[in-house]
Each structure stands twice: as C-alpha cells, then as structure tokens.
Design a protein around this ligand. Structure first.
Ligand code: FMN
Length: 159
C-alpha cells in the first residue's frame, strides 16, 4: 500500500505527528512518504492508495496567510503555503483518505483543522474514512504525553 502524508507545520509538531502516523503504517507493511504541502507537486497523488492530510489548528480551522504571520511572531518558520492551498489545487483522486490535526485542546472553542480538511476533501469528492486530533502542550509544542504513541496507533489502524 502506497501512503502519502501531506502536512503543514509551523513549529514542527504536526510533522512529528505525521511521521508517527507513518511509523504505524510502515509497521503494517505500507510504503509511506511524508511531504510538506508546499512541496507536494501535481504528480504527488500518482499511485497513492491512502492519502492522509494533516495541519495545525489555527483560529479554530486551517492555517492561512494571516495566522501563519501570527505564528512567525511567536518564533515559527512556516512554509509560505500549506494544506488549504494544496487542497484548493488538489488533482482528482479516487483512493482512500484520512485527516488529522494538532491542537492545544479538544473543547468546542479549540476548533479543529482536521474537521475542515475532511469537509474540503469531501467537497473534492474524496471519501474520508478516519480523522483524529493530537494534543500539543502549548502553541509551540511539544506533543503532549502519549500523543505521538497515539498517532502511531492511529496510523496502524489505517493499514
Ligand atoms: C496563529 C495561531 C492560532 C492558533 N489557534 C488555535 C486554535 O484555534 N485552537 C487550538 O487548539 N490551537 C490553536 N493554536 C495552537 C496550534 O494548534 C499549535 O501551535 C499547533 O498545533 C502546533 O503545531 P505545529 O508545530 O505543527 O505548528 C494556534 C496557534 C497559532 C500560532
């Protein structure tokens, strides 16, 4: 099974969760590539059986230019574009998909980038089979205790 994990990150946490999800899948025999959204070109989905898209939750949803600028003021070094722009330009895709995000809490007020990713994928007629949120201890991280392990299990569950 060929898996593509497209991520966006400002402080590195979502990338770490994406890599942990990848480890879970690799352990079940999958071939996994983790790619920043800004570097996933037009052919990125060729031959992909499972697409996983992940982003940090910003202002209760997906990062955009304004929230990335806010992250920079907090010491982040994000790519100029991310998951929202990648989903806008996403080529036709007929395989399975899943979504995840990183968040500082799971209450209603925290919102969820993953929920937005699911809606955007479905709008592109992509079937989404799973979605989860992974906690960071603070905006800049690190991942909260046990969350990288939970991400690895999430990955294994998708195999
Ligand atoms: C501009 C900005 C807005 C944020 N808004 C939210 C939010 O609405 N809800 C939340 O739970 N976390 C919020 N956070 C915390 C991020 O979710 C956290 O920084 C992110 O999960 C870290 O992942 P990263 O290292 O991949 O960027 C925000 C962070 C930034 C920088």
């Amino acid at each position: 099974m060929n898996v593509l994990i497209v991520i966006e990150t400002c402080f590195g946490n979502t990338q770490r969760f994406g890599e942990a999800i990848g480890t879970g899948l690799t352990g079940r025999g999958a071939t996994v590539t983790v790619t920043p959204a800004a570097e996933a070109g037009p052919g990125a989905l060729d031959g992909v059986d499972l697409l996983i898209v992940g982003a940090p939750t910003h202002s209760r949803g997906l990062p955009g230019p304004a929230t990335r600028r806010m992250a920079v003021t907090q010491g982040a070094d994000p790519a100029p574009t991310g998951v929202a722009e990648w989903l806008d330009a996403m080529p036709e895709y007929h395989g399975r998909a899943a979504a995840f995000d990183s968040v500082t809490g799971t209450g209603f007020l925290n919102g969820s980038a993953a929920k937005k990713i699911v809606k955007r994928l479905q709008r592109n007629l992509v079937q989404v089979s799973a979605s989860d949120s992974f906690l960071v201890g603070a905006a800049e991280g690190p991942p909260a205790a046990g969350e990288l392990e939970r991400a690895e299990k999430f990955g294994a569950s998708l195999a």
